[in-house]
Write a protein that binds this ligand. Structure first.
Ligand code: F6R
Length: 609
């Protein structure tokens, strides 16, 4: 069961894996195994050296922070004469002070990890808690250890003295409890135990939970009883399987029409007015907002950039987009009339969580656009707008990105409705256009072969550039990011207008350049400007690959290849123009023989700063 849970959670980190089980019903010992590399390495090891049967176990897949990805540094880490096993997500910031104290006490360490320090500290507290009844000793030791730990952590521990008990703690890292019949579970997210139960409990910050087959007890770090919030998971194990696709990424790319449709579902009343029930911020306060700051990282930040164009255009509210990890360090101007919108698929990205906390401290209203129910960022925000993309397993984000953009459009239109920036009829028309996009995305997917063939033909390419303008600019950057992270190819996204200010020097004979062309029916002269940009690079030898709207014949003569997408209003185009770029990166990486679901050096939830 533990290994199956790890298989489902492996996308979160995959540079080593390990398990520990309690042996013997009345306090035998602990048996464990761990291996560097993917989970399959651990499975191979266990086939050769199986662990004894057990009713209680813990397991971990790692994304290395302290100490490289080796067998020794893999979790679990053992302490208390190997009678205690511990696994950890996050970073213990004061591990070096704690380690000095423990070394002085004669503790020896086998690994270079901060986790082993946490394990040793817990072992030390366990030994010191002789006054505590045996059944509560591990829980109390965990409370006392957590009082001394600084940083971000989810910890899970078992002890050979307590055959049916797992004790866990969380601060700033995810942990959920699964409630079963005569069995209970813990996981970084519900996919770890979704095969067994859909009843889950979300834990609060700085909480300890002790589970046995029949009980779940929650306290704070000082032993005071605490409560979690129970919820029902609305997707099942099948949603987290590949459905016949060769990879989760392929599956998720093809789920995009549904991800967008479901994110749009149920957002209007009988009169066609937008109602965002989950929002929880007083509409009067939203009317007072005079500035918006969007905070996110990576792909989610590109969704934020698309949101900026839409929100400023529809609502006339100045909107900035900032990478979460930069935000806190520049003394941003934030007050109670600032709305901070965070965008996060996982809801656990530490950089974004810290930025949201900072914004709240400064008095801003915070709203999370998030795909993961019960995750930390929405829980710590004043309001949440959930995307309904379903579980995203592939490390590279695809369907969550389109769902984020969709949610941002809904939010923009809602604010415009609330503040009276747009007539109701205009909002209705835009919503109608949005509702047409799932079918249009499907038609892009139906014509994917052309882009796949191109990807295979270009598999030995060393560098690819992406150009876009207006909302096509973040799309170009997202296209470049997908190629970097999946195919390990140098790729850059530029604003097409910026080209002549420097990057055009990169263009030489045969340089592949993707150009995202805006609709010829859009406003201003954007289309003509981008066509000129294509001519400029083409004249210098670039191999131009163009994403353009159906019927746009003007681009044909300057393009090596044209991928046509269905006509759609300019602001909504990213929902379509992104899709060929995702397919291109995925197909090219697959042609190179790379694992598109788990690219090297990455993890799905980046829960460290
Ligand atoms: C890229 C990708 C990352 C994430 C980023 C933020 O494909 O997935 O760039 O977008 O790490 O993650 P979330 O959205 O979970 O906050």
């Amino acid at each position: 069961m533990v290994l199956e849970g790890l298989r489902r959670l492996e996308y979160r980190g995959y540079d080593s894996a390990g398990v520990a089980v309690l042996t013997g019903a009345d306090g035998g010992g602990i048996a464990s195994a761990k291996k560097a590399g993917k989970l399959s390495n651990l499975l191979g090891e266990l086939e050769q050296h199986p662990l004894p049967n057990s009713r209680t176990g813990i397991g971990h897949t790692r994304w290395a922070t302290h100490g490289g990805p080796t067998d020794v540094n893999a979790h679990p880490h053992l302490a208390d004469d190997d009678r205690l096993a511990l696994i950890h997500n996050g970073i213990i910031e004061n591990f070096s002070e704690l380690k000095s104290v423990l070394l002085e006490k004669g503790v020896t360490f086998r690994s270079a990890t901060d986790t082993e320090v946490a394990a040793a500290l817990l072992g030390d507290e366990y030994q010191a808690a002789v006054d505590v009844p045996a059944a509560q000793r591990l829980t109390v030791a965990m409370q006392r250890a957590c009082q001394k730990l600084e940083g971000a952590f989810t910890l899970l521990a078992i002890h050979a003295d307590l055959p049916d008990v797992v004790v866990a703690a969380r601060r700033n890292s995810p942990l959920v409890v699964g409630l079963g019949e005569g069995e209970n579970f813990l996981g970084s997210d519900v996919s770890g135990f979704i095969d067994y139960t859909r009843r889950a409990v979300e834990l609060g910050q700085d909480q300890i939970v002790t589970i046995t087959p029949d009980a779940v007890e929650i306290t704070d770090f000082f032993g005071a009883p605490a409560e979690g919030k129970e919820y029902q998971v609305d997707w099942d194990a099948a949603a987290a399987e590949k459905d016949g696709f060769p990879s989760f990424m392929e599956k998720e790319i093809h789920e995009q029409p549904r991800a967008v449709a479901e994110t749009l579902l149920g957002r209007t009343d009988a009169e066609g007015r937008l109602v965002l029930d989950e929002l929880r911020i007083d509409p009067e306060q939203l009317k007072q907002v005079n500035k918006i700051i969007v905070l996110a990282c990576g792909t989610s930040a590109y969704a934020g950039q698309v949101a900026k164009y839409a929100i400023e255009h529809w609502c006339r509210i100045p909107t900035e987009v900032e990478l979460s990890h930069e935000f806190r360090y520049r003394d941003p101007i934030v007050d109670s009339n600032t709305l901070v919108i965070s965008i996060s698929q996982s809801g656990e990205t530490m950089d974004t969580l810290m930025a949201v906390r900072y914004a709240r401290e400064q008095g801003a209203k915070t709203l999370a656009i998030c795909n993961t129910n019960g995750s930390t960022i929405p829980r710590e925000s004043d309001a949440v707008l959930y995307t309904h993309a379903g579980p995203e397993i592939a490390v590279a984000s695809t369907k969550a990105f389109l769902a984020q953009i969709t949610a941002a459009y809904l939010l923009g239109l809602y604010l415009a409705q609330l503040r009276g920036n747009k007539f109701q009829g205009e909002i209705k028309d835009l919503l109608a256009d949005l509702h047409k996009t799932p079918d249009k995305i499907q038609s892009v997917l139906d014509n994917e072969q052309q882009i796949r063939d191109l990807a295979v033909a270009m598999k030995d390419t060393k560098s690819v550039l992406f150009l876009g303008r207006h909302v096509g600019f973040p799309v170009a950057m997202e296209g470049a990011l997908k190629l970097k992270e999946l195919a390990y190819i140098h790729a850059e996204g530029f604003a097409a207008g910026e080209l002549k200010h420097g990057p055009i020097a990169l263009i030489e004979e045969g340089q592949p350049v993707f150009v995202v062309v805006p609709s010829p029916n859009g406003r201003d002269s954007l289309h003509a400007k981008v066509v000129s940009n294509i001519q400029e690079i083409r004249a210098r030898g670039a191999k131009t690959i163009v994403i353009a709207e159906e019927g746009d014949e003007a681009v044909r003569e300057f393009a090596e290849q044209v991928f046509y997408i269905p006509a759609t209003p300019t602001l909504l185009a990213p929902l379509l123009t992104t899709v060929p770029l995702q397919i291109f990166a995925c197909a090219l990486a697959s042609a190179k023989g790379y694992d598109v679901d788990q690219p090297r050096n990455l993890a799905k939830s980046v829960t460290v700063e």
